[in-house]
Ligand binder design. Sequence first.
Ligand code: HEM
Length: 305
Amino acid sequence: AEQATPNQFIDVFAKIFGEHKGERKGHAKGFCAVGSFQALPEAKNFSSVFWLSGEKVPVTARFSMAGGNPNAPENARSPRGLGVQLKSSKGELQHFAMLTTPVFGAKDPENFLGLLQTQIPDPATGKADLAKTQAFRAAHPDTQAQAEYLAKNSPPWSYATTSYFGIHTFFIKDNSGVEHKVRWHFVPEDGVKGLTQAEIKAPPTDFLQKRLSDRLAKGPTHWTMQLVLGEAGDTETDPSVLWPTQRTTLEIGRLSITEQGGEACTVVNFDPNVLSAGVRASADRVLQMRSPAYAISFGKRLTNQ
Ligand code: HEM
């Protein structure tokens, strides 16, 4: 089959969600936040990448709802996103652009595109045909794990009460020059709390920004960054497959969010391939597709298209 192109994603988002000039074509609904990241003292014994040194690094972040709908219902069983940009005093950058699901919706760009194409509304009815999506999932088992996770786990009660997963595999160079195959995720110190069944079924309201601002009025909110160490045979390229749960996991640092709102993230393109020295992307083709797709979306947003 033909390889998917970044423009096909921009087109399919417009067909599913409509044209929204000047908005992100994915994760259209969201807001900025700022804070800091600080590695735990032991982290510098592991690696000398700048954000593991133990220095407090300023963070620009954005919390978001997946999808290109700027008015997405906040009780939807869909992923939430967190984009994080770490910037050292010397200007070195590291991005994390994560979801609240531990796996992605497809193993490769072609299956993700195919899945999205089943969600284009029929011009006659204005509605997507759920049977098409179900048939696609049945024929492409890699598109089932994320859907199952979303069906089993309630959407977050607050952006502060959910984990965020990097999903893709990266490589981090340790102090002896050896690369480690890793996946990272951020676990909330406030604990994981989902919406109740009643909240999921109720008419949608906008509560996510308010709940975070109420929480931050009491002080910063924190996540522990965990690095999962992959072993031989753990997939490096398939973001729809979880690694076995018994993998060695290092607590490596702490993300703090201190303020929400404002415009600090407006100028940021949370391209997940912005990686600091000592960190390398895997050959995951979904990860690789994200840079060109985000660049097109970023350019359109900046030019009000
Ligand atoms: C081929 C697969 C994917 C495509 C085509 C895609 C597409 C997009 C696009 C077009 C945007 C808007 C970018 C911008 O205007 O700044 C976006 C945002 C985002 N995506 Fe993806 N995405 C993909 C996979 C993923 C995956 C695997 C993750 C998480 C692991 C993810 C997490 C996010 C987040 C957190 C944002 C919001 C960034 C922000 O707040 O500015 N995406 N995506």
